[in-house]
Design a protein around this ligand. Sequence first.
Ligand SMILES: [Zn+2]
Length: 468
Amino acid sequence: MLARQKSWGKTDMKYYAQEALLAEGWTADVTITIADGKVTAITPGKEAGAVELNGPLVPGMTNLHSHAFQKAFAGLTEYRANPEDSFWSWRDSMYRLLPQLTPDDMQIIARYLYIEMLRSGYTSVVEFHYLHHQPDGQHYDDAAATSCAVIDAARTVGLATTHCPVFYSYANFGEKPAAGAQKAFFHTPEQFVQLLDKLHQQYADDSSVKLGIAPHSLRAVSQAQLNELVPWWQQHEAQGPFHIHIAEQMKEVNECVDFYGARPVEWLYDQVDVNERWCLVHATHLSDQEVKTMALSKAIAGICATTEANLGDGVFRGVDYLSYGGRWGIGSDSHISVNAFEELRLYEYGQRYTHQKRNLLCDEQRPHVGDYLWTEAVAGGAQVANRGQGSIAVGEDANWVVLDRDVAELSAVAKESLLDAAIFAANENLVRDVMVNGTWRIENKHHAEWEQAQEDYRQMLKRLAANA
Ligand SMILES: [Zn+2]
């Protein structure tokens, strides 16, 4: 196991930004004071002793949906194995990888992946963690071994994490028993509660680690289980979020209609109180009424644009959802891409393909698409990671990204156009420095553990390839 991070953001510092995207919008010439990892004051001008930042400051992004282990599988299924290749054949291939992965491997993957996230502007991750057990379903000696492996990887590299253990009981609607690889995901309700209690105790004194829960999907959890699990978690953890895969593929939408007589979002809202603590991941296939219901509930739509493109899922109805004020954030899910800017670009481009218009994801207050995309995704991600508003404001965590104005595409634009250029025009890494809870983790595009993490990851991939 990796060494634990000993101190977390105990800096007390003043920073000066020539340009900063604050909660109220782009601002010039401000000093921001932080203590114990949080912003304590924002004042105009440059205060004495303030350290000048190396470029424009924007709030750090939450990656609201990650399956860390799938990183090791990215790029390995981009060839036609049969004429009907789809999400489901991809899933079968992914299941075949699972028996090779130990908790130590999962930690090596997560450490590499989480540094990649930091380098691309993410300051926290929500880990939707479902690979809990050995391939035959036997628990490890420590039933929390794989959870601790990925949580400790995040702590070691300095990425804030909201760990959501997945509750997974069934292979499909109608309580079909979990079979094959799915045995490694399975918990009884009692085992699941024990796992959460253990994680709660283990990380109680570390504010970089928060807990949520993830009923995997409507196909993997029964109606009775869902109706017990949700009120239990609401009482157990006052602000703890719920994450669920909801409507990624038409096959599961149709099976839900066949079994329950209702579409997934429609049925979920009939069963439980879906509110701002919920993240509905891959709400790809929605009826008009479901778009409206979801938006008005203030739940967050978890949009994973690069994965949803890669798996042939479909395009989220972003323009319709925005017309009701719907809230959302971004995740990299299968990690076919780990790049917040690319996720946002593809989300907007999906809408342009669909509507044959330009500049669709923005509003009156934020006519710049880059500003709208970045600030909405930051706010939505923070909400379902249980990390405040996510903005640069007094009382918020100091989770910051400093952009690189030396990148040519950013060098001459007004501050209001910086994120437009960053998301749509720049092709090189433009994240210069990254702070998480008051501690710099990326400095001048470098993370202190990057070389070792890369080497360990390369060795592990070679072993997996040799065993394939
Ligand atoms: Zn997922």
